[in-house]
Design a protein around this ligand. Structure first.
Ligand code: NDP
Length: 251
């Protein structure tokens, strides 16, 4: 699983699943660049403590100029850009009839346009290297839908289509593109769900861990482990796939 000498750009890496992904990639030797609209100082310190290089850029994933500048900085600093994790994502839940155009637009912009912008920004460099790993963080909601999340489900389903199209386009350049679809993972995002929504998810999760019989939710580290696998040489013959990390929720 060693990723020594490889640089990874992780969007939304300052907290939650993104931060766990950064730490797990760093644990395996990758240098990290966090892109977030939030301050990432704390995350940078934790990542550097793993003995790798880490930089952070405050940027919006929907802005092509900003993302191209970040990619230039990463290549100048680390000498390569081998892994892109499109993780930044937001939710603005509402019932369809109440959902505003603004709630629709902002979720589609960050969750779907963002990965398009970031992928486009890294691909030329990956083509030059003849190597690249792009990992998109979708959601089980993009597979089975969810009431009150029409915007979010559409963005995450769209990301799966994007993953497959990009995998077909970029495969001949040794760039793989895969998606991870987390289920119900404990983060600040799911902390905002109401109790009924939380219970709906939890009661449909088959897998129980003996050490935590009352806790069916997953952890950011569960998602990060799958991302590390997809970024590693062990996954060099896998592309265009969607990997649920959900305790069986999406079955
Ligand atoms: P968090 O909200 O904890 O973290 C997301 C990070 O992305 C935040 O720091 C956020 O900043 C940042 N971000 C938001 N918009 C932008 C932007 N335009 N440009 C750069 N950074 C941005 O989310 P999670 O860790 O829970 O989720 C990570 C990913 O996993 C998301 O794509 C989410 O949809 C997906 N996911 C999560 C699940 C879960 O159960 N938690 C389940 C399935 C999928 P800010 O807070 O300021 O918006």
């Amino acid at each position: 699983m060693r990723l020594n000498g490889k640089a990874a750009l992780v969007t939304g890496g300052s907290r939650g699943i993104g931060k766990a992904i950064c730490l797990a990639l760093a644990e395996n030797g990758a240098d990290i660049c966090i892109v977030d609209i939030l301050d990432a100082d704390e995350a940078v310190k934790e990542i550097e403590a793993k003995g790798v290089n880490c930089m952070a850029r405050k940027a919006d994933v929907t802005k092509p100029d900003a993302m191209e500048a970040v990619v230039k900085d990463v290549v100048a600093e680390f000498g390569n850009l081998s892994i892109l994790v499109n993780n930044a994502g937001i939710a603005r839940d509402n019932l369809l009839l109440r959902m505003s155009e603004a709630e629709w637009d902002v979720v589609l912009a960050v969750n779907l346009k963002g990965p398009f912008v970031c992928t486009k920004a890294v691909v030329r460099q990956m083509m030059r290297q003849k190597h690249g790993r792009i990992i998109n963080i979708s959601s089980v909601v993009g597979i089975f839908g969810n009431a009150g999340q029409a915007n979010y489900a559409a963005s995450k389903a769209g990301l799966i289509g994007f993953t497959k199209a990009a995998a077909k386009e970029l495969g001949s350049r040794n760039i793989s593109v895969n998606a991870v679809a987390p289920g119900y993972i404990m983060t600040e995002m799911t902390g905002k769900l109401d109790r009924a929504a939380r219970e709906r998810f939890v009661q449909n999760i088959p897998l129980t861990r003996p050490e935590m019989p009352d806790e069916k939710a997953g952890y950011a580290e569960d998602v990060a482990a799958c991302v590390v696998f997809l970024a590693s040489d062990s996954a060099s013959y896998i592309t265009g796939q969607v990997f649920p990390v959900d305790g069986g929720l999406a079955m």
